[in-house]
Design a protein around this ligand. Structure first.
Ligand code: PNS
Length: 179
């Protein structure tokens, strides 16, 4: 995807197994700064994902149906090579907490060494998503917890398809009004 001159394109790479509202938050922030964002799903044969790459592409496309500034794609090999190929000069990554920092810092500096023309930009999600991860969403859902506010509706439906109907959903306790 080559953009007309002057238009900015950012790559938002990740595993997205599955996409969460934390990702959605970062993508919205990315769209507030860049003209287009490519959501680039890593094809990693070493990982055993819950959703296949094809399923993840379909899920994210459905979540962003009609959004012309978003493109969903897959890549393998070096991220900077992929970014260069699609004409992006920026990689967007989300930073949730200090615990993310060390790995993200290493990746950003390695990517800069590999291709100094590509800049990494970190964005912080809303505080309410600072604890959210794809891994926890899967675990909570599998154990009967509620993930409704944590993922796009299509993800909840696909999780139900994966784990089957009839799985009890534990609703969070209602807050008692203060007297
Ligand atoms: O959602 P994730 O699993 O945190 O995403 C990690 C990802 C896909 C951004 C990272 O693993 C990656 O960029 N992989 C591509 C291979 C690569 O370029 N490696 C060198 C970068 S240090």
């Amino acid at each position: 995807m080559k953009l007309p001159r002057g238009k900015s394109l950012a790559v938002f790479p990740g595993s997205f197994d599955p996409i969460t509202n934390g990702h959605v938050d970062i993508i919205a922030r990315g769209l507030s700064v860049f003209d287009k964002v490519v959501i680039a799903i890593l094809m990693n044969p070493e990982k055993k994902p819950l959703f296949s790459v094809e399923e993840r592409v379909r899920i994210i496309r459905e979540a962003y149906r009609g959004e012309r500034r978003i493109k969903v794609d897959t890549f393998s090999g070096l991220l900077v090579d992929y970014a260069e190929r699609v004409g992006a000069s920026v990689i967007v990554r989300g930073l949730r907490a200090i615990s993310d920092f060390e790995f993200e810092f290493q990746m950003a500096l390695m990517n800069r060494r590999l291709n100094p023309r590509i800049e990494t930009v970190f964005m912080m999600p809303a505080e309410g998503y600072s604890y959210l991860s794809s891994r926890l969403v899967k675990e909570v859902f599998q154990l009967g917890g509620r993930v409704r506010e944590l993922v796009p509706p299509v993800v909840e439906r696909r999780l139900q398809d994966k784990y089957g109907p009839g799985r009890p959903v534990v609703e969070p306790p209602r807050r008692r009004p203060r007297s």
